[in-house]
Design a protein around this ligand. Sequence first.
Ligand SMILES: [Zn+2]
Length: 89
Amino acid sequence: MKLYNYMEGAVEEILDEIISKTQGVCKCNRCRLDILALALNKLPPKYAVSDKGINYTKISLLQRQFNADITRTVTEAIKVVSASPRHNN
Ligand SMILES: [Zn+2]
């Protein structure tokens, strides 16, 4: 048995969805991780116990308000990181 913070998987999944639909967002690993860190610091952790990992997709279908909050937070994080990206060019 292990403790998981399924907010991490949720934020990652929603970030990838937003990035695929939005033009002009840097897709490099540094910017992606900066966006994830910024969003996860603003969202509450959601812990669950499992021995097989957490299937976020099954949880998310039941929690539309949860998704709306994540989408808003991730969108804000994308704006912040895009305004001053920390990748090296
Ligand atoms: Zn970048």
